[in-house]
Design a protein. Structure first.
Lengths: 190, 213
């Protein structure tokens, strides 16, 4: 049965689910625009971070222009430009054993494409969520509904999948971020 | 202290102001009389010529009739009621429109129209109140929101008199004939305000209401 998280909560993945090797991290959202609005495009990104919370290089940044990490540990499902449909809008697969030893954490982020130019922000997004699914059984393990706190922001750090002792955990981060994709990349040392 | 909102922003009303039940939503705008000033200053045009030219009424600046209205919408985005100049009272007195300003004249920056809200009286099936402004007879008068400036909405606590938040609509609404200004909506057992500020091409209130069928 899935665990519903609140912001700031951390939950174990591998200890509670022995044998868990591969997960699908799904991100979803609904958009409410009126006819004046231009197309709304949200993007899911994954940052592979070392113990200093930085990427080792641009290759550690998995997104619509870099769908597969060189290690094969993180694979992006591709760019969903409209967000239509039920369930996950974009998804990232994560295979624990393939994660490079010096990578400590994979941070899942949702950004609004061309937010400034299109005058979009998260106020226009509703029902945003991030969830972790066991890739083999398709059972949802964890779900974090992002709520409404980021209304004027254009990016949200949804959650982190991180090493803990000799296993992996999920942290419901839910932090808004100003400045778009470039600022985000700078923040992570890309 | 009031919060100045940006487009898209969503803020807590009741969570930040426990005990808030009754407040007034004020809406204001300034018809752009620059154009008429220009015409007035054109010397030597006979009043006859002026009457013939399109926009005689614009010169007098008297015919900008903007109407604020409220759609009461349920959780399925269906309209369950409308409060406007033709129906000033919402169910149970939950929403009360204080009347139609026909000319829009008044001290600059003050509310042109006011709508009172009593949260305790809102029927349980109403999920949100959508505040809209449209230009009455925009087609026949050839008017649009490019001719209106300084549009704003603000919410004042009736008991304390304090302004809780204000949203100045600063986008370019040229050629738009209606505005979806903002929403007051239920969220997690509380009430919040969402600063929308979107212009639309709806030519009448009933056309706007079709969005919530």
């Amino acid at each position: 049965m899935t665990i519903s998280l609140e912001k700031g909560q951390k939950v174990d993945l591998t200890k509670t689910n022995p044998g868990l090797k591969k997960i699908k991290v799904g991100l979803g959202w609904d958009i409410k625009t009126f006819d004046a609005g231009t197309d709304f495009d949200l993007d899911a990104l994954a940052f592979l971070l070392n113990s200093a919370d930085k990427v080792r290089g641009e290759k550690d940044f998995v997104f619509y222009n870099n769908l597969k990490h060189e290690s094969g540990a993180v694979i992006h499902s591709g760019d969903n430009k409209t967000g239509l449909g039920e369930g996950d809008d974009e998804m990232v697969t994560l295979e624990f054993d393939k994660v490079p030893a010096d990578i400590n954490k994979i941070s899942l982020v949702i950004t609004i494409h061309e937010a400034e130019a299109r005058k979009h922000n998260f106020g226009m997004v509703s029902n945003a969520f991030v969830r972790v699914v066991d890739s083999d059984t398709n059972i949802e393990l964890v779900r974090y509904d992002l709520g409404e706190d980021y209304s004027t922001e254009t990016a949200v750090i949804a959650g982190d999948v991180y090493r803990h002792q000799d296993g992996w955990k999920f942290s419901a981060v839910g932090s808004g971020f100003q400045g778009g994709l470039v600022a985000l990349m700078k923040n992570y040392g890309a | 202290m009031t919060i100045n909102l940006t487009k898209g922003q969503k803020i807590d009303l009741t969570k930040n102001h426990p005990g808030l039940t009754v407040f007034k939503v004020g809406l204001g705008w300034e018809p752009n009389i620059g154009k008429s000033d220009e015409i007035k200053s054109k010397s030597l045009l006979s009043s006859l010529t002026r009457r013939i030219s399109e926009g005689t009424e614009k010169i007098r600046g008297a015919s900008f009739d903007l109407d604020s209205s409220v759609f009461l919408v349920d959780a399925n985005e269906k309209r369950v009621g409308t409060v406007y100049y033709g129906n000033l009272d919402g169910p149970n007195g939950c929403v009360k429109h204080h009347g139609d300003s026909l000319t829009g004249r008044g001290v600059k920056g003050t509310d042109k129209e006011n709508i009172s809200v009593d949260l305790t009286k809102i029927p349980s099936n109403v999920n949100k109140l959508v505040f809209v402004v449209n230009i009455y007879e925009c087609k026949s008068r050839n008017q649009h929101f490019g001719m209106v400036g300084d549009a704003f909405i603000h919410i004042n606590d009736t008991n304390s008199g304090n302004e809780l938040c204000r949203f100045n609509l600063t986008d370019d609404y040229n050629n738009k004939t209606a505005l979806i200004v903002g929403e007051i909506y239920r969220y997690g057992g509380e009430w919040k305000f969402y600063a929308i500020g979107e212009g639309t091409n709806d030519v009448s209130l009933s056309e706007m209401s079709n969005r919530y069928r």
